[in-house]
Design a binder for this molecule. Sequence first.
Ligand code: PPE
Length: 303
Amino acid sequence: MDKSNWIWLDGKFVPWGEANVHVLTHTLHYGLGVFEGIRCYRCDDGRSAIFRLREHNRRLYESAHILGLTIPFGEQELDEACVETVRRNELEECYIRPLVFLGDGEMGLAADNAVRVAIAAWRWGAYLGEDGQAKGIRAKTSSFHRFHSNTLMSKAKTVGNYVNSILASHEARTGGYQEALMLDTQGFVAEGSGENIFIARDGLVRTPGGHSILPGITRDTVIKLLGEEGIEVREERMTRDEIYIADETFMTGTAVEITPVRELDGRSIGKETPGPITRNLQKAFFELVRGRNERHRNWLTFV
Ligand code: PPE
């Protein structure tokens, strides 16, 4: 990975190579921790802007609240720490990773160790490759279901939840696909291993509703951008074969941004990838994050 110089750890900047923890760190054993993934883009005027920082850190605090973890810093303090991490590392464009974890001290499930916070930032290009973003990826329905909302909490971006994602993603990759489509425990479409999913058919866009998914901030951005273009987005249940017969399918997430899906389970999707709705949306999205959309300038935090 493309290392940077400094990591914010519990309120102080430490050199990248010294941001270490003890092997008996609680989260390392049991997965109880929460995190975020945020992107910062270089705008046309040369300034860097963090995209929807407030919403990401709000979700970080909500995730912690769901798990019963109290973050020992104020929300504004962490927003500022994210900005400072980008600034200190002199990064023009980057991915920011705040992580909240339980430190070492006691072992066992009842341990009440100190809650610790780290913020790292590094350069991270197209998550599923430049080619994937331009021409679309091949996905496979996973044999691993997205966990039920009463198993692990789906509205929390919990460290341990990603074992479910990794099982699915690894299965897809070893089978020669780039990403997994995960169904919920009832068999309806949920999301990708680290992305939300949308389909378009006859000019109408649909995405699975809230039950078994992480409510993505990119998903919310896309719903708003499409709405402003006069394209209706319905949040409702869908089956995997509705994707087979969609005109267009795309995945959204901070890391993948907006990535078209050109094939699911060996069936090609639509006539062209990306289709017109996806192509226009990608354009609108990149204009927005690079500061060319006056209407949503409040989604940008300039570094
Ligand atoms: N669902 C899941 C399961 C998920 O992990 C993400 C983000 C999303 C939906 C989209 O959420 P949002 O980023 O707010 O639009 N996945 C992160 C994982 C990256 C990683 O592999 O690490 C991300 O995109 O940052």
